[in-house]
Design a protein around this ligand. Structure first.
Ligand code: CTP
Length: 269
């Protein structure tokens, strides 16, 4: 508390296996990730602490909707953009909860990582963490549909028989739900959208449909977005603003998102 009062950025211990058979909070964070925090704090200078005292929730990765014990419907999201957002917020002083769906990435230093699998699990974790959050950023690629039934045993092929079609049901729209409910007054809610055509018009319509404050619109294409280190986007604001983000590292986009969030946070809360 004293160090925080003096303006130091404190990185909380990581959660995991401890010295005995016990697990919990108390591990030294991944040194590479710790180095990332230091690098970002130094790069950002005084701006680095503008999220101090704030709690932010970020979802990352892609959900997997199981068909049977060995198969699932999934998507190509790597989680890199969501992890970049979590790292950036932590370096700017925020307490960060990262709800991570199937991302094979190291835990960012000082960030609480909650692993989830399906859209329903992601919804539960995000809603719970959002209760006292100043901002919620939904960077995860959430499956819009899940298989209607889950086969407890592995689905087997049968000689001479065509496969049965897979019936799907809708998953809850987590972003729309949080944007509609705003569990904490003044909470800033951010969504992501991947579009292939009419990027801006589709983005604007989606922003309104979801009811969020900011929508990061990516144009999906080769090299861009899924699995890559770089990204290019336009951030649309419910206030009519349009912030173009040139092609560059996902970390740069993350910082612009937090700049726009910080501008919209109520003061002194
Ligand atoms: N999202 C969500 N819950 C879902 C689906 C998506 O919270 N069930 C969130 C994502 O995390 C992302 C945004 O909503 O922030 C993306 O919106 P979505 O409607 O999924 O976009 P698309 O899949 O691109 O929609 P469409 O297929 O209608 O273009």
């Amino acid at each position: 508390a004293t160090l925080r009062r003096r303006g130091a950025l404190v990185v909380e211990p990581a959660v995991g296996r401890l010295t005995g058979v016990d697990t919990g909070k108390g591990r030294f964070p991944d040194p590479v990730e710790l180095f990332e925090v230091v690098r970002r704090v130094l790069a950002r200078g005084d701006l680095a602490r503008d999220l101090t005292g704030r709690h932010v929730v970020v979802s990352a990765g892609g959900t997997r909707e199981p068909l049977d014990p060995v198969r699932f419907l999934g998507n190509r999201s790597s989680g890199k953009q969501g992890y970049a957002l979590a790292r950036s917020a932590a370096a700017r002083g925020a307490r960060v909860t990262l709800v991570s769906a199937n991302a094979a990435l190291p835990a960012p230093a000082g960030v609480d990582v909650l692993p989830v699998g399906t859209a329903v699990q992601l919804r539960e974790a995000v809603l719970k963490a959002s209760a006292d959050a100043d901002a919620v950023v939904m960077a995860a690629a959430v499956a819009d549909f899940r298989p209607q039934t889950y086969a407890a045993g592995k689905i087997k092929k049968k000689d001479g028989q065509e496969p049965a079609p897979i019936a799907l049901v809708r998953n809850p729209d987590i972003l729309a739900e949080i944007a509609g409910e705003r569990p904490r007054p003044g909470q800033v809610v951010v969504g992501f959208a991947a579009e292939t055509d009419d990027v801006l018009a589709n983005g604007r319509a989606k922003l309104e449909r979801k009811g969020c404050d900011l929508l990061v619109v990516n144009e999906v294409g080769e090299r861009k977005t899924f699995g890559s280190e770089e990204n290019e986007a336009v951030v649309l604001g419910a206030d009519g603003s349009e912030t173009p983000v040139p092609y560059g590292p996902k970390e740069a986009l993350a910082d612009i998102v937090w700049d726009l969030v910080a501008e919209r946070l109520p003061k002194n809360s």
